[in-house]
Design a protein around this ligand. Structure first.
Ligand code: HEM
Length: 254
């Protein structure tokens, strides 16, 4: 379920368009093929519909699910502001132009986040989501083959190559080598020690502004900074009043 953290508000806003099972929807875009956990959202929606039909949107359920995934893995909680409505459009072409890529420079990443009204501090704190979860080898093999990224420490390089033995490997690696199942600030400690997994994690140290945010998140302040950034992201292009709809099934428009 955790991958929802990354994309819940990325495209047209926090309006659950990523859940729609339409022809040519966002879900069908190549960059989204590894998204998973949709059945957990279906189960939550079914339970909420049973108790209180037609009131809680899929967009709000995604926000609660993201918060609860963080709390269940040891992260800090936050209040989710509800009242969003669901979008009815979903376009497969959008993810390619609006989602951040692991190959981007800091300035490219900042531009993508700025489109969602998120600044450098928000971007770095939100990247702390990579404190849990995994990446498929295809997102790191360009750091390994044919020539290894010389900034990767030798022992980490050996373990990355063991997990991804060839450039075509389809296996996965933990995003946080220290505490892969706990939502904590070790992700930032990894970066400070040149042990970030994705190029887009490690690149945060290249720019003085993002580097100082990496330092600021490495420790007890991470929980609060992440929670605050999630609240800001969750406000992006929210549908209210008569806009959109409250879906009965998160996969289909009414
Ligand atoms: C800074 C720009 C970002 C880039 C370039 C990026 C890229 C990636 C990539 C390539 C993966 C591996 C996907 C796969 O193997 O299928 C991943 C995983 C993940 N990302 Fe990001 N991400 C970014 C920001 C974020 C943000 C802002 C969040 C949440 C707020 C987030 C949450 C996650 C999570 C939870 C996973 C693990 C998924 C799993 O275990 O299934 N990422 N990200």
């Amino acid at each position: 379920m955790v991958l929802f953290l990354e994309i819940i508000c990325c495209l047209q806003g926090c309006e659950a368009s990523v859940l729609l099972d339409k022809a040519n929807s966002e879900k069908t875009a190549p960059i989204n093929v590894n998204l998973h956990g949709f059945e957990a959202i279906d189960a939550a929606k079914a339970a909420v519909e049973k108790a209180c039909p037609g009131v809680v949107s899929c967009a709000d359920i995604l926000q609660y699910a993201a918060r609860d995934a963080v709390v269940l893995t040891g992260g800090q909680s936050w209040d989710v502001f509800a009242g969003r409505r669901d979008g009815t459009e979903s376009n497969a072409a959008e993810p390619a132009t609006e989602l951040p890529l692991q190959t981007m420079t800091v300035s490219q990443l900042l531009s993508v986040f700025a489109l969602k009204n998120l600044n450098a501090a928000h971007m770095v704190a939100l990247s702390g989501s990579h404190s849990i979860g995994v990446a498929h080898c295809s997102f790191v093999t360009d750091r390994l083959y044919p020539n290894a990224d010389s900034s990767i420490p030798a022992d980490l390089l050996a373990s990355m190559k063991a997990s991804c033995p060839t450039a075509a490997a389809t296996t996965q690696l933990n995003l946080d080598e220290q505490t892969p199942n706990t939502f904590d600030s070790k992700y930032f400690d990894n970066i400070i020690n040149n042990r970030g997994l994705l190029a887009s994690d490690q690149v945060l140290l290249d720019d003085s502004l993002t580097a100082s945010e990496v330092q600021a998140n490495n420790g007890a302040n991470f929980g609060t900074k992440f929670a605050q950034a999630m609240v800001v992201m969750a406000r992006y292009q929210v549908l209210i009043d008569n806009a959109g709809e409250i879906r009965t099934n998160c996969r289909n428009t009414l």
